[in-house]
Design a binder for this molecule. Structure first.
Ligand SMILES: *Cc1c(COP(=O)(O)O)cnc(C)c1O
Length: 465
């Protein structure tokens, strides 16, 4: 299987190269040239598979022989071996036909573990075989950094540098990054905002000459295709558990960069009978505004109770638009070029496709808190603020109550005690047992000025030989 850029001008890559890259050289994002599709009979046959067995089946055509089946099976099994619940992605019912898909049973308590546990192992396997070492660099406002560090901590063939905004992530989030042991793990607290961290990473990818000879940077944010691929699995797994392919299922997805729900869209294209896909946003609602009015407009960032969804632009939406434009890369490149200067709309035919595929809802902080409270009162189930946004939007958009509605719970409530306590929960929700000494473990991180030369000098001198 080949991977092509959404802007049509970059050379096609195979799986191994797409794994080791970031953006395409033309500025686009890589997507598979074709998708595997599955008949209802094939999907029905998957109902006997465990999560890891299903993950192997779904990932296999995308890896396309780049890794022998037995090794790929080991990688996938190992990726989910640290999850606390052996169901990996358990479903919990909170009301009639209404379900929560718990995607926070992994080591860092957020759904990003699903992709990053696998990505770290895929990278290490491929690098070992190529006898190559790389440098992983990423910016985080919280969840991505810890999941990437946990995913990469045992990798022998890479150093990982994660930049977080100094004093602007929660203590739990910071400690989930800075208490992980390993010579190859490097945390940088940058004196600035998340945007400064992201700009620093972007500039470093653009000019990698500060790296020692033979090293290159690898991206771990959701522009990396392998992350999307791993996320397709839980849509199939949960829908099959609820009766697919003989029954349709709907999903509501707390959305920031559009990586998670894009995987749901792909699952639908691959044959899973998904009825509705609900884009649930907080006040940073660029996608809700687009789906409502065909206006793609940047707005100032707002800080909310659901910080992992605080974004200005949803980068993965470009992958969706590429399909909307019938895979016309030149048209996408033109749109994105105009969008870098002004607000844009898409042609009616493109907009009609998006409208047909997605519903959307925007949820304020007050509504988030009210939803946490209401769901706790009616089912004693404690939602984190991101998942509460999903539930609120699901209830507002749900067309057919005979179709099960699954809200993806993207984080554990203990990660976001502020919102939970605002909802009247009497105490800070308990961290799972394996994290009980998180608040006493020693931390390691370097505080650096928002200065490119200083950051790159620190990196160059800390990369392991
Ligand atoms: C990253 C994240 C999201 C948003 O996911 P996208 O793929 O960026 O849309 C939602 N909730 C939580 C808890 C997250 O960490």
């Amino acid at each position: 299987m080949k991977y092509i850029s959404t802007r049509g001008k970059a050379p096609a890559l195979n799986f191994e190269d797409v794994l080791l890259t970031g953006l395409a050289p033309d500025g686009g994002l890589y997507v598979p040239q074709t998708l595997p599709t599955y008949s209802p009979e094939q999907i029905a046959a998957w109902s006997k598979l465990s999560y890891a067995e299903l993950a192997f089946e779904i990932v296999k055509p995308f890896v396309d022989g780049a890794i022998p089946d037995d090794d790929l099976r080991d990688i996938v099994n190992d990726s989910y071996s640290d999850f606390r619940n052996s169901a990996i992605a358990p479903l919990v019912q909170i009301d009639h036909n209404e379900w929560i898909l718990e995607l926070f049973q992994g080591p860092t308590l957020a759904f990003k573990d699903f992709a990053l546990q696998m990505l770290g192992r895929l990278l290490d396997y491929v690098l070992e075989r190529r006898n190559q070492k790389v440098v992983v660099m990423g910016a985080t406002s919280g969840d991505t950094g810890s999941a990437a560090i946990q995913g990469c901590k045992r990798c022998k063939n890479l150093d990982i540098f994660i930049l977080h905004p100094y004093q602007r992530v929660s203590e739990v989030q910071r400690r989930q990054m800075t208490t992980v042991e390993g010579d190859n793990i490097h945390n940088i607290a940058l004196k600035g905002h998340f945007d400064h961290c992201q700009a620093m990473v972007k500039a470093s990818f653009a000019d990698q000459s500060f790296l020692p000879g033979g090293r290159q940077l690898v991206a771990v944010n959701s522009i990396n295709w392998a992350r999307i691929m791993a996320q397709i699995v839980y849509y199939f797994y949960s829908a099959i558990a609820l009766g697919a392919p003989n029954r349709k299922v709907s999903f509501s997805v707390p959305t920031g960069n559009f990586g998670d729900i894009y995987a749901g869209y792909l699952a639908k294209q691959m044959g899973l009978p998904i009825d509705q896909l609900v884009i649930a946003t907080n006040c940073n609602d660029i996608l809700h505004r687009f789906v409502s009015s065909n206006r793609f407009e940047k707005q100032e960032l707002q800080h909310t109770l659901s910080p992992s969804m605080d974004i200005v632009i949803s980068s993965n939406f470009e992958r969706m638009l590429f399909d909307g434009y019938d895979r016309d890369g030149a048209a996408v490149a033109d749109l994105m070029d105009r969008f870098s200067r002004e607000d844009v709309s898409v042609p009616d035919s493109v907009f009609a496709k998006v409208r047909d595929l997605f519903d959307s809802g925007r949820v304020s902080d007050d509504e988030t808190v009210a939803t946490i409270k209401e769901v706790f009162e009616t089912s004693e189930y404690l939602l984190d603020p991101h998942s509460a946004i999903g539930v609120h939007a699901a209830r507002a958009c749900w067309r057919d109550r005979s179709v099960p509605m699954v809200t993806l719970a993207t984080a554990h409530p203990a990660k976001f005690p502020e919102a939970v306590m605002k909802a009247g929960y009497p105490e800070s929700p308990a961290l799972p047992h394996h994290m009980k000494d998180l608040l006493s473990l020693p931390e390691r991180y370097e505080v650096l000025d928002n200065d490119q030369a200083a950051v790159q000098a620190f990196m160059a001198s800390h990369i392991n030989a």
